[in-house]
Design a protein around this ligand. Sequence first.
Ligand code: PLP
Length: 369
Amino acid sequence: MPEAKETVLEIDLGALAHNYRYLRSKIDKEVKFLSVVKAFAYGNDSVIIARKLEELGTDYFAVAYVEEGVHLRKNGITKPILVLHPQFTHFEEIIENCLEPNIYSEKILRSFIQTAERLKQKDYPVHIKFNTGLNRLGFDDHEVQLVRKLTAETSTIKIASVFSHLAASEDWKERDFTVGQIDLFRKMTWELIKDMDREPLLHICNTSGVINYPKAAFSMVRSGIGLYGFGNDKTVDPYLRPVSTLKTIISQIRKLDKGDTVGYNRSFKVEKPTRIATLPVGHADGINRIYGNGRAGVYINGSYAPIAGNVCMDIIMVDVTGIDCHEGDEVIVFGGPHHPVKFAEAGGTISYELITGIQRRVTRKVIPE
Ligand SMILES: *Cc1c(COP(=O)(O)O)cnc(C)c1O
């Protein structure tokens, strides 16, 4: 029986390399690849993941917030980094750290130009975001001429790319809507760039875009979830390998009888002789209370053990009746053959939320390629 030491999130760099190569194989060689490493690389470890992706040949990175980009720069990441959601208060820091802002509104555009002028920049790379139906960030159709005018008037910035984001690329029922987004993106982009002597990079596809709409790859794609092993579709998942596996250890095992209860609020009521194992992982580690009371479970020596009672902050109890296991044995919360999507679905959520929720206090352990 495998012995464990503590709760660890294993990060399988071989799986990351496999997923990167799989996604690249879906698009033409000339198309650039932007790796999305926001939210601590979807809960893995952004520096470890970004270093490996640089080695694999990624062309670009994206983070959500400026601090995430600064963290990568401080750790030696040199490829261009697009900051997807900057505020105007961050523009100096963006320039000081050679980060590249998403310019998504008139206020942001005017204010970035001002900062770039003040810091005597020339041709500073920026990324223009168009809203084509997600209605989250970006310029609307009627603002394209304004963007054109304001960017043409200044030499402090240059448009490194123009992009948009799909609202439902994983959902075939929304195919017409998605094709409409792609068409609108093409039209808005053309209006913006038709007189430029150099075409910026153009990109709209996220992971499911790459898989379902590879002809809309334009000159770059942006992938996050696919790199970490999820295809947003049961037919795609088998081609990808989840990068992260959450493992823990059995701290204690006890035998209980009818009438006993387990955990806070006594929500697990014992009906027959039962063995309960206590594990050092809880909602403060990212295993939310929604997974408790039998909704999700873990694997111990190949057998499924449902969570018994409420999830505590640092602990869960699982029902190991009939499972051959001992204190000190390894437990797989999710990962490997125990697909994280199944765990996420048991809690009514998706892979993105499960993996980004694994807290920083859980030790990361890198498995090299
Ligand atoms: C997070 C994000 C992505 C990555 O999407 P995946 O579905 O994880 O591939 C791409 N583009 C933007 C703008 C994002 O915010």
